[in-house]
Design a protein around this ligand. Structure first.
Ligand SMILES: Cc1cc2nc3c(=O)[nH]c(=O)nc-3n(C[C@H](O)[C@H](O)[C@H](O)COP(=O)(O)O)c2cc1C
Length: 255
């Protein structure tokens, strides 16, 4: 197993940092090859600048070859992006770890996806029948991904009726809209709740849960997201009426 661990926390001595160390140690003990992108330590530039984007996106449309240095279209990607592509191409599994900040990922991690998951590398590939490969098919199909996050919210508040909502709903943009969109199989996330007040005993429980999840990374079942081209959606990519009848919301995209 080749695992790429994406770590987005500014402080290595944090709870997140300890879980990262625990995770990398566990994977190595299991015989996995592990590489890491420690975004703060790398001083990762999260901003897609004008040079990256160029004039190609004027009007929201990308025009292939319109600019020489355009990160989205030209193939002349900057070196930091190419280095991440090389790691991702090598990996069969990716762990994405971050503290939940304002219901989402820290900006540095959002900017990693913005700059690394570019057209032609992570999406924008066509099937022989002309349909676009996405949501379960695509450039990164065959790879697995798992989100590991810490959240200040207590466990009871994260659930179908908890005030913070269901974690898979909170993570829908990342798990479905990004990872699954690019073709990756997404394993259920591991969330460490109540992360601002963790006792040594609670840390041991969290670390053991992490070790268990990492030992079964290559065998555990992914979230059963529906594939775009598998027959569940009509020509307009709307879920068929007979599936999840009468229901709406993000949950209907899981079978
Ligand atoms: C800017 C910021 C935003 C946060 N937003 C949330 C949030 O939306 N939901 C939540 O449960 N916790 C939130 N928290 C709490 C963090 O998730 C928590 O402090 C962190 O996971 C603890 O792990 P650490 O000690 O490794 O940083 C936020 C913390 C910060 C600093």
């Amino acid at each position: 197993m080749n695992v790429l661990w994406i770590f987005a926390h500014p402080e290595p001595r944090s709870l997140g940092g300890s879980l990262r160390d625990e995770g990398l140690r566990t994977l190595r003990e299991e015989g996995a090859d592990v590489r890491e992108s420690d975004l703060y330590a790398m001083k990762w530039n999260p901003v897609v600048d004008a040079e990256d984007f160029g004039s190609a996106a004027q009007g929201g449309r990308l025009i292939v070859g319109a600019t020489s240095k355009n990160a989205f279209v030209s193939g002349e990607l900057s070196e930091d992006i190419r280095a991440e592509h090389e790691k991702l191409a090598w990996a069969d599994t990716m762990v994405v770890q971050f503290p939940l900040w304002w219901y989402g990922m820290p900006a540095i991690l959002k900017g990693w996806f913005d700059r690394v998951f570019v057209k032609g590398f992570a999406y924008g590939v066509r099937r022989p029948d002309g349909r676009t490969s996405r949501y379960g098919e695509g450039a990164l199909a065959g790879k697995r991904a798992m989100v590991l996050l810490t959240a200040g919210a207590p466990e009871a508040t994260i659930g179908p009726r908890g005030v913070n909502g269901e974690i898979n709903d909170v993570l829908f943009p990342l798990q479905h809209g990004t990872l699954w969109y690019a073709g990756m199989s997404v394993l259920p996330p591991l969330t460490v709740c109540g992360a601002d007040r963790v006792t040594p005993e609670q840390y041991d429980v969290a670390a053991e849960a992490l070790r268990r999840r990492l030992r079964t990374l290559s065998t555990s079942d992914p979230i059963p997201f529906r594939s775009q081209n598998g027959g569940d959606y009509d020509e307009d990519l709307v879920l068929r009426d007979d599936l999840a009848p009468g229901r709406g919301g993000v949950g209907v995209h899981t079978s």
